[in-house]
Design a protein around this ligand. Structure first.
Ligand code: NBG
Length: 797
């Protein structure tokens, strides 16, 4: 954008406010101020945005499209101001006219079109792609309701709809009705030979959906590059309105883009989800192919200009859909279409848990996307034929796409693409050795690792202005554009002035969080305590319950000996449980009741506090992460694909307490064993239990008095109002053999926690480790991660 002065900005701001809302600056609401600023930002980047688009077409640049059913950007105002290089200017200009930028920041609603790590990663990539100057665009769904809003009532999670989208739309998006496309679902299809002998599909009784794109600006950091996140919304096509005569019919169509993750416990809900997946894939690909067609290059070579990334299996129908478009709409024959499709597509796996193995009932699939069903059947048949006689038939049976009347989406994504990657070294190893090992036999060349990363500007400059200012003083400002400059801190690890500066920044951030907790929960937190944080989705494998067990132990120790010399601790949780995940919800209830028990027990003398912050989301993370002393990354080894909050905490100077899981291992490699606290079984120890079937949690429970005492606290009335939940948890740990090995890892975990308490007393030692972590966090920048994708998978740089 062109150079902007404060005066110009103020003038434009006031004028825009007046045009849109007919109000003077002094009368406008925060929301009106926010939208006005957003609009101006969009105007500022408009010419860059258009230029970028024209360049891609004119220069015929290869472009990557990141297809994801989730994007979790959170708020965009600060990021956009920062990336445009006008943050300070705007803040000062607004202050001159008595507008506080922070209040505008508050007024923006979080865009929460995702659940957790997977969606957040997609958004970090959206920030990094323009920043590294790569032509990479997002493709997703414009859900009207994002991830539910969590309220805690009587300790229970209550889910409320998250109506994030204002009636006038998001200020960051631009509706593009002229780029709308039609997507066909249902009906039936048969093939009929044309004059030239080529088979053409004939559709009957289809339903047509009108897919309308909304383009959301993605601004690169200080480089004039603006990319695009295209989110699709559904509308009723006027041309086909007779297809939808009743109100119920119409509602059903509107519902397609209403919710992230419709309840899929019924067949109806499953159908909705499948329609969402196809809707997004078909609309996106139709547009991509038609803009490629404008280049007038051969269709069989589309892979030279287009890369499509399948983020987890949800967009895996991109494979047969591209085949369909190439064959049915552009007359490409099967072999050529297949050759180019497999070079266009690439796939990331994000979990070894069973949800990675998304499967669809073939009947439902056929009903909703009959032509795609045909094509998948043909891909499957050809796959089996190709490998017959070359490998063991068992391998073919287990890797083919259609098995027992089910369509295996991961298999489709792997067979139909040229690249399969995991998201951390260990995770990729596990894919190769275990989860996808038979695919590795067939296609070893497809497998590669891309360790996750984070958009460091959001997680340092925006979330932690105090630390950022300190860094400017210590190592100059270059780190703001080159995060690897942080390594310069290595020279200052033991400098006690530097140590105390970092300590003060941390204390100020803790105070800010404590103020929030006071305001929202009316609990006073002692900021000289260790702030020990576990924020992430609530899931059994992430083992929030192990953390809870340790808190119970501390509570019991303190009750037995109120004089116990203990470094005060504040345990902070934030976690949403999937609405249908009963066990996870029980854990939330127990945490809240335990918090009540502990926080109001004056005999504990403020040595222990527990808070559960409701509605954990990106904005809350920006408040919590900079305030953490300890980052809990305690999943059962082998289960957490990567984790990304671990990286954010590290960059903000928390010490990681971790199992050797996911990216924790790479954090350990980055900082060295002395600067991270590792405990528990590693992946081999876990797998040894799987192999030998020798784990016996009851035996541990019965032989270890401490563990018995802790576990019994769930059922002996220690924690009030949790009769039902406590029994459920006790049973999981003892009667059902503790699937995630909490009891086995407990003793080491508690010992390492005690070590942390002791270490914190030695401020010099502690701070040296803190600085070491910050100094080595640069390697987890998503700019670097995305560069790896861009060069090695998509071929766009
Ligand atoms: C999650 C993993 C995390 C990982 C993110 C991003 C899914 C299915 N997977 O460990 O659990 O960091 O993906 O890769 O959400």
């Amino acid at each position: 954008m062109e150079q902007l002065t404060k005066e110009q900005f103020i003038k434009a701001f006031k004028a825009q406010l007046h045009t849109d809302y007919l109000v003077d600056n002094s009368e406008a609401t925060a929301e009106e101020h926010f939208r006005t600023l957003g609009k101006l930002i969009k105007q500022y980047v408009m010419s860059d945005w258009l230029r970028q688009r024209d360049e891609i077409i004119k220069e015929q640049k290869k472009t990557a499209y990141y297809f994801s059913i989730e994007f979790l950007p959170g708020k965009m105002l600060q990021t956009n101001l920062l990336n445009l290089g006008i943050y300070d200017l705007v803040a000062e200009a607004l202050a001159e006219i008595n507008v506080d930028l922070n209040i505008l920041v508050e007024a923006e609603r979080d865009m929460a079109l995702g659940n957790g790590g997977l969606g957040r990663l997609a958004s970090c990539f959206m920030d990094s792609l323009p920043t590294i100057g790569a032509p990479g665009f997002g493709n997703g769904i414009r859900y009207k309701y994002g991830l539910f809003k969590q309220r805690i009532v009587n300790g229970y999670q209550i889910e409320l709809p998250d109506a994030w989208l204002p009636s006038e739309g998001s200020v960051w998006e631009t509706k593009k009705p002229h780029s709308a496309v039609d997507v066909k679902i249902y009906g039936s299809v048969y093939l009929t030979p044309q004059e030239d002998g080529v088979l053409k599909p004939v559709y009957e009784n289809v339903k047509t959906l009108h897919a309308v794109p909304y383009d959301v600006i993605q601004i690169g950091f200080n480089n004039g590059v603006v990319n695009n996140l295209r989110l699709w919304d559904v509308e009723l096509p006027e041309k086909y309105e007779l297809d939808y005569q009743t109100l119920a019919d119409r509602r059903r169509v509107e519902d397609i883009t209403s919710f992230l993750y419709p309840d899929d416990s019924s067949r109806d809900g499953q159908a909705m989800r499948l329609i969402q997946e196809y809707f997004m894939v078909s609309a996106g690909l139709q547009t991509i192919v038609s803009s490629y067609a404008k280049m007038q290059l051969p269709m069989e070579k589309i892979h030279e200009k287009v890369a499509v990334h399948i983020n987890d299996t949800h967009p895996a129908m991109a494979v047969p859909e591209l085949m369909r478009i190439l064959m049915d709409d552009y007359g490409v024959d099967w072999d050529d279409a297949w050759a180019t499709t497999t070079q266009v597509m690439s796939y990331t796996n994000h979990t070894v848990l069973s949800e990675a193995l998304e499967k669809w009932d073939a009947g439902l699939f056929k009903e909703i996307v009959p032509r795609i069903h045909q094509i998948v059947g043909e891909i499957d048949r050809k796959f089996v034929k190709e490998w017959a006689g070359k490998v063991d038939t068992g391998i073919i049976e287990r890797t083919r796409i259609v098995q027992n009347n089910q369509i295996h989406m991961a298999n489709l994504a792997i067979i139909g693409g040229h690249s399969v990657n995991g998201v951390a070294k260990l995770h990729t190893e596990l894919l190769i050795e275990d989860v996808l090992k038979e695919f590795y036999i067939l296609f070893p060349e497809k497998f590669n690792n891309k360790t996750n990363g984070i958009a460091q500007r959001r997680w340092s400059q925006i979330a932690n202005p105090g630390m950022s200012a300190l860094l400017d003083d210590l190592i100059g400002k270059d780190w703001r554009s080159n995060i690897h400059e942080l390594s310069k801190l290595e020279e200052q690890l033991t400098n006690s002035d530097v140590q105390s500066s970092f300590y003060q920044v941390k204390q100020a951030n803790k105070q800010k969080l404590a103020d929030y907790v006071k305001k929202t929960l009316d609990i006073a937190l002692p900021v000289d305590a260790i702030f020990d944080v576990q924020v992430k989705r609530l899931h059994a494998y992430k083992r929030q319950l192990l953390n809870v067990m340790h808190i119970i132990k501390l509570y019991q120790d303190l009750k037995a000996n109120p004089e116990l010399d203990m470094t005060p601790r504040v345990f902070i949780f934030g976690a949403k449980a999937a609405p249908g995940y009963h066990f996870a919800k029980s854990v939330i209830k127990v945490i809240n009741e335990l918090a009540n028990l502990i926080n109001y027990d004056t005999s504990l003398n403020d040595k222990l506090k527990v808070v559960f912050l409701e509605n954990y989301n990106v904005s809350l993370a920006e408040l919590i992460v900079p305030a953490a002393d300890v980052s809990e990354q305690i999943s059962t080894a082998g289960k957490e694909a990567s984790g990304t909050s671990n990286m954010k905490f590290m960059m903000n100077g928390a010490l990681t307490l971790a199992t050797l899981d996911g990216a924790n291992i790479e954090i350990k490699d980055a900082v060295g064993e002395d600067n991270i606290v590792i405990f528990g079984m590693d992946k081999d120890a876990v797998y040894a239990h799987y192999d030998k079937h020798d784990y016996n949690s009851r035996a541990i429970y019965e032989s270890d008095q401490t563990i018995k005492r802790v576990v019994d606290a769930f059922i002996d009335g220690t924690i009030p109002n949790t009769h039902y939940e406590g029994h459920e948890i006790w049973d999981a740990l003892v009667s059902y053999n503790d699937e995630y090995f909490l009891l086995e890892d407990f003793t080491d975990y508690a010992e390492k926690q005690a070590y942390i308490s002791e270490l914190y007393q030695d401020k010099h030692k502690w701070q040296a480790k803190v600085i070491k972590n910050i100094a080595n966090s640069g390697r987890f920048s998503s700019d670097d991660t995305v560069e790896g994708y861009a060069k090695e998978i998509w071929g766009i740089l």
